[in-house]
Design a binder for this molecule. Structure first.
Ligand SMILES: C[S@@+](CC[C@H](N)C(=O)[O-])C[C@H]1O[C@@H](n2cnc3c(N)ncnc32)[C@H](O)[C@@H]1O
Length: 254
């Protein structure tokens, strides 16, 4: 179980907020937004500035994340529009369906399988709503890296953590702070339980359509390759909402 905080790197915070805002039909409208696996809430605080009529719920399983997020919320000008919940998303019960849910590099770690996850997302996002997901994708690189991670898990120790951190500093010391690199070390051992494509195809079988999809830039050799997908929850079996069903496969978003 990972227990440390996780802060978003500056270089992708604005990019992902742009993606989310551009997936909204009207960014000035009142709406409710869920962040699944919100870490310390960085993405929510960035979005709260851009979406002044939106309210946000961030759910994260790690106490240290929610504690840090809540501390920041108390001094934020968006405090009344933001709620953080310390909970496993697998057991989280939303008080209302959201207009939009998003998640960045979280759902590959959830052990329930794509059927349960798709059902949960279908209940948590209202018909007509949107889901923006970044998640590890199925490819040869990731399959190989998953094997390496499994091997690393068998030798994990304080010494192996130190070696990984030293390598990370050499490779990415210019991009991320020392604290951010340390936060990412436990994920070098994390097991991948499902891939993005499997979740999406399961959702497409229960009234979701993909409106854009493509790989995103790979920031580190130790990181799984991820894909971004924007999905729309149909509100009637034959409803196309006038949205483009072009999957955009192969598009590069950053
Ligand atoms: C790789 S970090 C990504 C954090 C953040 N989404 C971001 O954009 O950087 C994964 C996050 O998912 C959270 N997480 C993992 N499993 C979870 C679960 N079952 N329920 C809720 N949060 C979870 C972790 O605590 C961590 O904050």
């Amino acid at each position: 179980m990972i227990e440390n905080t996780f802060a978003v790197s500056e270089f992708r915070l604005g990019w992902f907020s742009d993606v989310i805002v551009s997936a909204l039909p009207d960014p000035t409208a009142s709406m409710s937004i869920l962040d699944i696996g919100c870490g310390v809430g960085d993405q929510i605080f960035d979005l709260a500035e851009r979406l002044p009529a939106a309210s946000f719920v961030g759910v994260d399983i790690v106490h240290a994340n929610i504690e840090a997020a809540e501390r920041r919320r108390l001094t934020s000008s968006a405090a009344s529009r933001v709620t953080f919940v310390e909970e496993n998303y697998r057991t989280y019960t939303a008080t209302h369906p959201f207009d939009l849910a998003f998640s960045y590099s979280v759902l590959q770690f959830l052990p329930d399988g794509v059927d349960a996850l798709a059902d949960r997302l279908s209940a948590d996002v209202r018909p007509g709503g949107t889901f923006v997901n970044v998640m590890a994708r199925r490819c040869g690189y990731n399959t190989g890296l998953a094997v390496v991670r499994r091997l690393l898990t068998t030798v994990r120790s304080a010494a192996s953590d130190r070696v990984l951190l030293a390598i990370a500093r050499l490779l990415h010391g210019g991009m991320l702070t020392s604290a951010q690199l340390s936060e990412r070390i436990p994920y070098a051992y994390a097991t991948m339980l499902q891939w993005e494509e499997d979740l999406a195809s399961r959702m497409e079988r229960c009234r979701w359509v993909t409106t854009s999809h493509g790989p995103i830039a790979h920031a580190s050799l130790a990181q799984m390759k991820h894909a971004l997908r924007v999905m729309h929850h149909l509100d009637a079996p034959d409803s196309g909402h006038g949205i483009s069903l072009d999957r955009g496969d192969g598009a590069t978003f950053i």
